[in-house]
Design a binder for this molecule. Sequence first.
Ligand code: NDP
Ligand code: OXD
Length: 314
Amino acid sequence: MSLLVAVTGWQPDLWLDYFERGARDLAVVDGRAPHDPAEIRYAAVWKPTPGLLAGLTNLEVIFNLGAGVDALLADATLPDVPLVRVADPDLTQRMTEYVVWQVLHHHRGGLHFGRAQAEARWRPLSDQPAASDVRVGIMGLGVLGRDAADALKRLGFDVAGWSRRPDPDAGFPHFSGEAGLDGFLARTDILVALLPLTPATRGILDAKLFTKLARDGRLGGPVLINAGRGGLQVEADIVAALHDGTLIGASLDVFEVEPLSRDSPLWGEPNVVITPHAAADSDPRRLSRYVLEQIERHRAGLALDNLVDRATGY
Ligand code: NDP
Ligand code: OXD
């Protein structure tokens, strides 16, 4: 009985090493090396080569080593076995740090002070609103969105959220579905996107949506923060919205095509903060343990956690 490990883009050898150290009686197979497909019962993967898992006739579970499964589900040959994604306190904490960092950056005039310092100018803000004066709207209130919402609430921000299904117990104004979207946007100064990329969310962050954000906020205009997936956003619309004042700033961790091309106009935008899909890294030490513990439970006949619903795509 073997576990196939196939990691693209991250450090495959490091992941293999952690899996081998923790695997006990389970043989760990490097997805890059020749292997007997019939031996493989489990697969732990991040963006595996399309088709890699297709011939694994005895595969029982696929573990996606990140939270988002869009890349995996794009492989039409993916075997129809249970698919588990990552939902881990360490990853969640990292994302919350990123969201809080970027919200505070825009809220506290980070772009303004950065420019002033570059020009060696002493330039206080004419108006520094309190956190409670700023409305942060979180799109996607799953594992990550909810934790970020709680942290921002603790800092005093006026938080609301939007997700697919209603949640009367959210603990803050909650909007859901298409019917709730406009009301949510109309009370949002800083929009934080933590949605998965699915057929329903692709391209949602576009010109039409930006025009529905609040225009009467204390920051002087709306700000976009996207750490969900690049496919959520229409980058040409973001650039246009920054130029005509529909948006006054953005923090982007994810892009339509990654790595972001050297030619992208986003690099030259003075009011954009760019990070290279670094908001919340998957930690191989912790996540190999997360996978191996689930495999032990599965072998003992217990239920798997954080199963993906293929019908909704997340
Ligand atoms: P979850 O699956 O826990 O949450 C997804 C949330 O999005 C849910 O609240 C869900 O609504 C909502 N949602 C999904 N589809 C729609 C829709 N059509 N309309 C409205 N709301 C919708 O995911 P996580 O919080 O764990 O992760 C979110 C995403 O963050 C990942 O899919 C990944 O793309 C991204 N990510 C990015 C990282 C980075 O480093 N930049 C790192 C990790 C993750 P409902 O609650 O009603 O089901
Ligand atoms: C993830 C990611 O989905 O790193 O976990 O983007």
